[in-house]
Design a protein around this ligand. Sequence first.
Ligand code: MV4
Length: 488
Amino acid sequence: MKKILVANRGEIALRVMRTARRMGIKTVAVYSEIDRDAPHVKFADEAVCLGPAPSAQSYLLGDKIIELAKSLNVDGIHPGYGFLSENAGFSSAVEAAGITFIGPKPKAIEMMGSKLAAKEAAKAYNIPMVPGTDGAIADVNAAIQTAKLIGFPLMIKASAGGGGKGMRIVEKESELKESMERAISEATSAFGDGSVFIEKYVSRPRHIEFQVLADGHGNVVYLFERECSVQRRHQKVVEEAPSAVLTPEIRKEMGEAAVRVAKSCDYLGAGTVEFLIDDKLNFYFLEMNTRLQVEHPVTEWITGLDLVEQQIRIARGEQLSFSQDDLKINGHALELRVYAENPLNNFLPSVGKLERYRIPVGDNIRVDDGYEEGMDIPIYYDPMIAKLITYGKDREAAIQRMIEAIEMYEIEGVSTTLPFGKFVCEQEAFRSGNFDTGFVQQYYSPELLLKDVEKEMQIAAMVALNTHLKHKKKLRPIKVADSNWKDR
Ligand code: MV4
């Protein structure tokens, strides 16, 4: 593989190209008109404009990207995350054009894109799943029968949904009919597929996902877990590896289940198997994400592996160069997603210009970003500015380093989730490790954050006043009589 096209933008495009360059592979960037001066465009060996800013006219134009790749003699296409990354049609068109798709085969993407197909495949591999219906339920009467078996509360989920889209909780039988009808009609309009199914509702679960790697020679390993329970409306905010609650025994059980999920769809490359885990540490397979995930750096830090390098090696047909027994967890890593959003105003996107932008530097700090000082954060894409990742010998040290790194990070011109990240790191519930997906709802309020911010502003004002008073003494103006300046 001599030349790779990265079909993405921002931090992930840059991150993929850095590894490619290190491996001696040439890079091609694609970009929209608004990203003309973006770092990923400047970094690449070659760059081609796709079209206007809206993704439907640029980053989602799969056929145009493939045509470009052919004309530039590209050997492989890396899709990053989002955009075309989990589009089976794209992956299959790439391969049909004689180019390597750096990711799984279309069949696996398609299977795991359907929650029902995923559960069906997993069933044969002895993977724990939440009790519920085996197939789609269309009929309210069938739903009532199922509900009687599994009990309330329950969840209706869209088969084509995922990441929290197309889900609803049903507390009691009287709500079931209307919820079913709504879920089906929503799924039909949102995904063009009205299939829904029912599961028992697991209350206040933790969200723990396992990273897997599968090569084309039958080797599949797990690179341990990421704890992603600190979420806001299904948007992850803080992720960490390893989880504070897994015992070595449960970790092994879950990891081996994740490997079986990968085998059930003949997986290739880097993938993530999501589990729900309840307060008794029972775990249930939820879904598999067939892409490199935003939060992959925490796994890289605790395993010492470069996941993009692994993806490229696997795509080139190489065997994994290590086995499960070679893999060990080393230390603890934390990631904060730095969004251009205002945590004091309902996390509304705060787009605008990065008037000042200075990243924290030092040991045990990694920043993956795709912006520079002076750039605008466009309204057209995800408002994530950067990922701030810290490392420590243990969880406590990683959290402490995160707080220090947040304090060193200077961003002016837009509001960000940096103060929110610090707030999370300082909560007793977070520090103890004893939290679940209800964390943000339970502990966060803009009023509490405002108190923090005001306290800091007061301290800053006091420091400024103190400095001023100290200097005032030294800078007392000299008497006019001592001056050499003469009035004329
Ligand atoms: C659930 C659940 C409780 N019970 N399924 C949300 C994202 C999607 N991947 C699945 N999700 C959930 N499925 C059952 N049977 C609770 C959630 C859920 C959740 C899961 C992970 C992370 C955050 C969450 C927030 C609310 C609900």
